[in-house]
Unconditional design. Structure first.
Length: 420
């Protein structure tokens, strides 16, 4: 059954924007701690990418249970549950730092991501509900801009605090106890940052809890996995889910290697902190594009826009891989602008006309975000064996799939206009 939008107080929109901003801040910090922990634990690229694998594994394991929770307790209570889970994960950074354990860091990131997944499952259909269905794509693009605002600001301050200053010199031939103590000292700032984030997230959870009664909830329909799987019979949905997998994978893979990429003498030759300060250009491009996308997506056909930005991303990656110096670095950073409208466009196209199955569809799309863990692993493996420049071929292939989806949508639209 197709549901009509329900009028709600304007402050509910701002709660959604705050949630998007919070998710962006936490997610993009991975790009800063990757180079820090890579050097500290002396790991190859494929192993340090386990940070993203652990983080996005939660999207695979938690999304469908989270959709069931939304149906049982409602949108706002689910948001509070997700925020509380995120805060617990942030608190786990304290024992991870004190123990100097890479595995413990991975566990903490998984718990944080479990909370983020829970919030994401409810936030996209909620935003769709808060207004006219005809303008869902532009509202999602605008709200995603707040996610990008978080991903833009967070890496800059993270680079200042985590990658700043001179690293301590590890003792020669250290004992296990000395190595643990050294790593504990070197990760103390990471611990403090995540403890601060835990406090902020708890404040956001309290605000959401106090506003929970201002939302008219949807009826608590039952959610069945079989109903969700039946959605794959729709070509635009199954293709869209595949595109989310590759989009998130490409976006995260690029963000994960930017610091090390810009540190290469053949690119910009920057220090870790200076390279980290360039991360906001990548994520900021997505932010600017999403704010503008809220307007332009009302004017440009969806498939055409998606095809155009995906093709441009491929061109920029090829240019970066084949150039040297600042031009190579800026070409890679510019891919962020291409990412801007991809997720809201893919999401709205995949979930078109799902009606009563919007929760199941949203959950499956969130599950597809596991690409953010798998594509970076493949990128890291390629970087270890062929170098960082050749590793750019992996996200380029991902954008090729997205371009194909844009072409598919455009041709479907043309066929509808011709025969409709």
């Amino acid at each position: 059954m197709k549901r009509n939008p329900i009028e709600h107080p304007a402050d509910l929109h701002w709660i959604v924007y705050v949630l998007f901003f919070t998710l962006g801040c936490i997610t993009s910090l991975n790009d800063v701690i990757i180079p820090k922990l890579k050097a500290l634990f002396v790991l190859p690229y494929v192993e340090i990418m386990l940070i993203q694998a652990a983080f996005f594994a939660a999207f695979l394991l938690v999304a469908l249970p989270a959709a069931w929770i939304v149906r049982r307790i409602g949108y706002m209570r689910t948001a509070v549950l997700g925020l509380l889970t995120m805060s617990i994960g942030c608190l786990l950074f304290a024992p991870a730092s004190r123990l100097g354990s890479f595995a413990m860091f991975l566990a903490a990131l998984f718990v944080i991501a479990a909370g983020i997944t829970t919030v994401q499952v409810m936030i996209n259909p909620l935003m769709s509900m808060l207004g006219n269905p005809a303008t869902t794509q532009s509202r999602l693009s605008f709200s995603q801009a707040f996610y990008s605002l978080g991903t833009t600001l967070s890496p800059y301050f993270g680079a200042l605090l985590i990658l700043g200053g001179g690293a301590a010199i590890a003792p020669e031939h250290p004992s296990a106890a000395e190595l643990t103590a050294f790593r504990s000292v070197e990760t103390r700032m990471i611990e403090h940052i995540y403890l601060g984030i835990a406090c902020v997230v708890l404040v956001v959870a309290a605000v959401v809890w106090l506003r929970r009664y201002r939302l008219v909830e949807l009826p608590p329909d039952e959610i069945h996995v079989s109903q969700g799987l039946a959605l794959f019979r729709r070509a635009h949905f199954s293709f869209g889910v595949l595109c989310v997998f590759f989009y998130v994978g490409a976006e995260i893979a690029i963000g994960s290697i930017i610091v090390n990429y810009l540190m290469q003498p053949s690119v910009m030759g920057l220090s870790a902190q200076a390279a980290g300060k360039h991360l906001p250009y990548y994520w900021g491009g997505a932010m600017i594009g999403r704010f503008l996308g809220g307007y332009f997506l009302r004017k440009i056909p969806q498939g055409q826009a998606l095809l155009g930005v995906a093709a441009l991303a491929i061109v920029l990656l090829a240019a970066s891989a084949n150039m040297a110096g600042d031009a190579s670095g800026w070409a890679l950073l510019s891919v962020g602008l291409c990412n801007s409208i991809m997720y809201p466009s893919i999401f709205s196209l995949a979930c078109r006309d799902l009606g009563a199955h919007a929760a199941e569809g949203s959950a499956i799309i969130v599950v597809a975000s596991v690409g953010g863990g798998l594509v970076p692993l493949l990128t890291g493996f390629t970087a270890d064996h062929l170098g960082l420049k050749m590793a750019l071929a992996i996200p380029a292939c991902s954008y090729f799939v997205i371009a194909a989806f844009g072409l598919f949508v455009q041709r479907s639209r043309s066929a509808q206009l011709k025969f409709g």
